[in-house]
Design a protein around this ligand. Structure first.
Ligand SMILES: Cc1cc2nc3c(=O)[nH]c(=O)nc-3n(C[C@H](O)[C@H](O)[C@H](O)COP(=O)(O)O)c2cc1C
Length: 172
């Protein structure tokens, strides 16, 4: 059944953004830490808004709030890495979401990191790391939509993934 947003029993006029958030909280998603490094400095943030785009050339997109400091570094550096988290790395999801009070390069004080071909930090315990160069970026309302051409893919160990659903982390 399709409900118009303002006709939902869970919404009032003008609450479309809240209803959208509630709707998206019902969608289970993988959790990634998106990292960058370069002249604009090292940074990283937690993201679920990561989507594959094409397989030739291999590319993906990341949506990040225009107010994000890490996003500014990423856009300046023109490179980033999408590190998909295992359930065992849930602590990193909170750290890179700013919930531990750490900013910028401080967030890398936890976890095991190395440097990938683009210069972006790779999480050695990720399920997979996609090393990317920005091929396109545009602003859509409140978010940057950033498309990355994948330069390298590092497959990690097969372990239970971290899933975000109902505003909580879960192990699949
Ligand atoms: C599970 C989870 C998923 C998130 N997904 C996104 C996302 O896809 N895009 C986004 O802009 N912020 C997302 N955030 C919020 C950012 O991780 C958070 O605002 C972060 O602090 C931004 O980095 P900054 O502090 O360097 O600006 C998510 C947070 C959590 C906990």
């Amino acid at each position: 059944m399709m409900l118009k947003t303002q006709a939902s029993p869970h919404s009032t006029p003008g609450s479309d953004a809240l209803l959208f958030r509630e709707g998206m909280s019902r969608v289970a998603g993988a959790v990634h830490v998106v990292t960058t490094d370069g002249a604009a400095g090292r940074g990283g943030f937690t993201a679920t808004a990561v989507t594959p785009v094409t397989d030739s050339p291999a590319s993906l997109l990341v949506c990040v709030n225009t107010g994000s400091r890490s996003a500014q570094a990423l856009l300046s550096n023109r490179v980033f890495c999408v590190n998909t988290l295992a359930a065992a790395d849930a602590e990193l999801a909170d750290i890179f979401a700013g919930r531990a009070g750490l900013q910028g390069a401080e967030r890398f004080s936890r976890g095991a990191w190395d440097i990938l071909e683009t210069g972006a930090p790779g999480l050695t315990t990720s399920l997979v790391s996609f090393d990317c160069r920005i091929s396109d970026a545009r602003v859509v309302a409140t978010h940057h939509v950033i498309i990355g051409e994948i330069i390298g893919i590092r497959l990690g160990e097969q372990r239970p993934p971290l899933i975000y659903h109902g505003r909580h982390y879960h192990e699949l």
